[in-house]
Structure formats: structure tokens, C-alpha cells
Design a protein around this ligand. Structure first.
Ligand SMILES: *Cc1c(COP(=O)(O)O)cnc(C)c1O
Length: 423
């Protein structure tokens, strides 16, 4: 049996209708921005393997750090024990996060980082004897697939089978250009009419919605409104964190600091699953008490896994090199000139760029759904050409590893242009 045949016999893939889906491609090796399948066909990974890999596949520097940690202390439980890698990650992160962030809580993936933030927000008010149980979130938000994260997510594709089983979430419009006032008014309205605990948002870019972008000033206003009403602000930087928007965190563009920040994806350079939720001292203090019932009774077996921490430390080292910062700038400039070129194309409705994130919307007659026919046609075209891109309906986005060469990037652009002409 081939790998693909064995796969179809044994495995269940994420976001996949196995009856109609094409067989998956078996990847056997990766290096830099490139992947090779079992037949030796080469692919450019233009979406950094679901946004996790900034420094390239099979990165030696991170691999060495992981090997060293694995042969020193691979894992120890974090209940009642601590270790240097976790403390170092906390120290490094607190140096680069918004100043008001003071406490670090470890978990395993982006969804759990969000799950922890939402549970902390709800228990924060429980501990203070205040009845606040509503979470505010954006339309078309994506915060993950565990239950609270899913409740906060607004893309029906992911959540429709579970309607009626969620915590209370009220949605407001995203403050995209021209809709700022509507978004501000909606937020005030929700806060007035519900007992709101927290507002969770993807800062500046809604990833899974198709790289929908909005301005830092609008987000600052929304956070300001939350602060005036003692509603906690949760920045979900799972996608935007670690350089994707051109700054280390998207919140670095925003004049108001959030109460909590969720991190994962690029945290370990795309190597080991790990996540972090960070908090202000004020949030932490609501759990700090002689009463054990006020403690946060949440944890995961692999919390603060030392090997994951070693990968995170190596990744932060790489991110902070001049070389990597120059790469981010280079890709941003390159995206902006491609945007200029493509946005006047007769089949393009809009194009947008922030940091290394680029998105182009292709005109279409029908309201293209997430996995509609245009999406399938585009996806297959890209794969055929050896470029890994996963369009969201009629939106094609690029989120490359920062080490992608100009030559590779130009091939990605050229392939997108050909695809636009083809559909
Ligand atoms: C991917 C993502 C998540 C979920 O992370 P997982 O590791 O897939 O659970 C949450 N929030 C945002 C903004 C994301 O992009």
C-alpha cells in the first residue's frame, strides 16, 4: 500500500469530509520554505504550514536547542515543580509583551490559550462576586475549536452543529474602514444590555475570516470603551504574534493594552505544540487568596513542557536577530509592490497587506463559501504548480516563512496572477 492508501484506511483528518475530499499529499521532507512529497515533487510553503513556521522547516538552530533539552530534562510535571526553561520563556516574553502583562500561564495549543483566557475572565468576576457571564466577540471571529473558543468563534462552518450548547456570546461588527462607528455603538449597546465579562478579538487581522484587516485606532477605541465599563479585553494573538504584522505583536500598534493575551502557533517556530496566556497583575490578584476555591483549577498534563520551552526560547532568539527583522521588512515591501500591481486587475476586488500578511479578493458572482467551487479550483491549481496556498472562498492569502527567498516569493506571486487569470 502507498502512504496515501494507508492514510485513507487509518486516519481521520481535520476539517475534512472524507467522502468527497481528495487524498492528502504525503510529505516526506522540509527545508527552509520548501516541502517535498513522497514522489520528490517540490512545494513552496506559502502559508507557513497554517501560520506556525517563521524560520523555515527543519531549522537546525531550534532542533539543536530541542535536542539539548531532551537530553537534559525532557519533561517534568508543572504542579508543584518548576524549571529554568519555563522561567526563561516568561522572562523573555515579559520583556517584549505590552508592559502591563505580568503573569504567564502555559497550555498546549491556540484553542486552549483562548479557553484559559475565557475561563479566567468568567472566574475573575465569580471570585469578585459580580454576575458577569457574557463574552463579546467579533462577527466572523476565529478563536479555536474547543468549546469556549468555539463559542467565541463566529464562522458558522465550524460551530453550527453545536448551536444552543454554548456559553453566552454576543457579536459586534468588525471596525473595518467605514464601519468603525457602527462597531463602537454596538459594543456600547452590548455592554449596556448584558452582564459582560470580556471582549475577545483578533487584533488588526482576522486570520481564518480571510485576513480581514482593521486599524489600530479603532481597536484602541473599543478597548477604551471596555475599560470604562470594567470589561476585560482579551487579545487573541495566536495568529498575529511573533512578527507577522511587522511588529512583534499586533498589540504593539495599539495605544491601549489588553488585560490578557493568547499566544501559540509561531511561539515555538512551528516545531512543538505549545501555548501561553498572559495576564495583568490585577487579573492574577483576583485569584490570589487564602480561599483555595478562588484558585484557577485549570491545567494540562504537558503544561510548560521543558522541550517546548527550549524551542520557544530558540525561536525568540531567531526572531530578534537583525537578519530576521530585515526579512520581515523585505517581505512586507515585496507584498506592497505586488499589491499595487494586482489591485487594479479587472478580476480583483481588493488587496491588502500588513507585515508579512498579504490577501487578495477575487471578484465572484456568487457569495463564495469557505469550501465553495472557486476555492477548490484555486487550491488544485496552486498544488499542481507546487505552491501551498489555502484560499478562503474567493480570498487568496500569503503568510510565508520569513526566510522565504525573493525568488520563491516571486514564484508565489506569479502563480497567484496565473490563478486569477484562470478562474
Ligand atoms: C489558529 C488559531 C486559534 C486556534 O489555535 P489551535 O492551535 O489551532 O487550537 C485560535 N485563535 C486564532 C486567532 C487562531 O488563528
Amino acid at each position: 500500500m502507498t502512504l496515501t492508501e494507508k492514510d485513507s484506511q487509518y486516519l481521520w483528518h481535520p476539517y475534512t469530509q472524507h467522502k468527497t475530499a481528495q487524498a492528502p499529499i504525503a510529505i516526506s521532507r522540509g527545508e527552509g520554505a520548501l516541502l517535498w512529497d513522497e514522489n520528490g515533487k517540490e512545494y513552496i510553503d506559502a502559508i507557513a504550514s497554517w501560520w506556525v513556521n517563521p524560520f523555515g522547516h527543519s531549522n537546525k538552530f531550534i532542533a539543536d536547542a530541542i535536542y539539548k533539552q531532551l537530553t537534559t530534562l525532557e519533561h517534568v510535571l508543572f504542579g508543584g515543580f518548576t524549571h529554568e526553561p519555563a522561567i526563561k520563556v516568561a522572562e523573555r516574553l515579559l520583556e517584549i509583551l505590552p508592559e502591563n502583562q505580568q503573569k504567564i500561564f502555559f497550555s498546549d495549543n491556540g484553542s486552549t490559550a483562548v479557553e484559559v483566557a475565557i475561563k479566567v475572565a468568567l472566574q475573575y468576576f465569580f471570585n469578585k462576586n459580580e454576575k458577569r457571564t457574557t463574552i463579546i466577540a467579533f462577527e466572523n471571529a476565529f478563536h479555536g475549536d474547543t468549546f469556549a473558543a468555539m463559542a467565541a468563534s463566529g464562522i458558522s462552518f465550524y460551530t453550527q452543529a453545536f448551536q444552543g450548547m454554548f456559553i453566552d456570546v454576543v457579536r459586534i461588527p468588525v471596525p473595518v474602514k467605514g464601519k468603525e462607528q457602527e462597531s463602537f455603538e454596538a459594543l456600547k449597546n452590548v455592554i449596556e444590555n448584558h452582564h459582560c465579562a470580556a471582549f475577545i478579538f483578533e487584533p488588526l487581522v482576522q486570520g481564518a475570516a480571510g485576513m480581514v484587516m482593521y486599524e489600530p485606532e479603532a481597536l484602541a477605541t473599543l478597548i477604551q470603551i471596555c475599560k470604562e465599563h470594567n470589561v476585560l479585553a482579551i487579545a487573541d494573538e495566536v495568529m498575529t504574534g511573533f512578527g507577522k504584522t511587522g511588529k512583534t505583536f499586533a498589540m504593539d500598534y495599539v495605544s491601549q493594552d489588553p488585560d490578557m493575551i493568547c499566544l501559540s502557533k509561531a511561539l515555538t517556530g512551528g516545531t512543538i505544540p505549545m501555548a501561553i496566556t498572559t495576564f495583568t497583575q490585577e487579573v492574577f490578584d483576583a485569584f490570589y487568596d487564602d480561599d483555595i476555591n478562588k484558585a484557577l483549577f485549570h491545567g494540562h498534563t504537558f503544561t510548560a513542557n521543558p522541550t517546548g520551552c527550549a524551542a520557544a526560547l530558540a525561536s525568540i532568539d531567531l526572531l530578534q536577530t537583525n537578519e530576521m527583522q530585515a526579512n520581515i521588512e523585505r517581505i512586507n515591501k515585496s507584498h506592497l509592490s505586488f499589491q499595487k500591481k494586482i489591485e487594479n486587475h479587472s478580476k480583483v476586488s481588493t488587496a491588502r497587506t500588513l507585515g508579512v500578511i498579504f490577501a487578495v479578493e477575487i471578484k465572484s458572482d456568487s457569495d463564495e463559501s469557505y469550501y465553495g467551487s472557486m476555492r477548490t479550483k484555486l487550491y488544485n491549481f496552486f498544488i499542481d504548480k507546487g505552491v501551498v496556498l489555502r484560499p478562503v472562498g474567493n480570498i487568496v492569502y500569503i503568510l510565508p516563512p520569513y526566510i522565504m527567498t525573493d525568488e520563491q516569493l516571486n514564484k508565489v506571486y506569479k502563480t497567484i496572477e496565473e490563478a486569477i487569470d484562470m478562474v
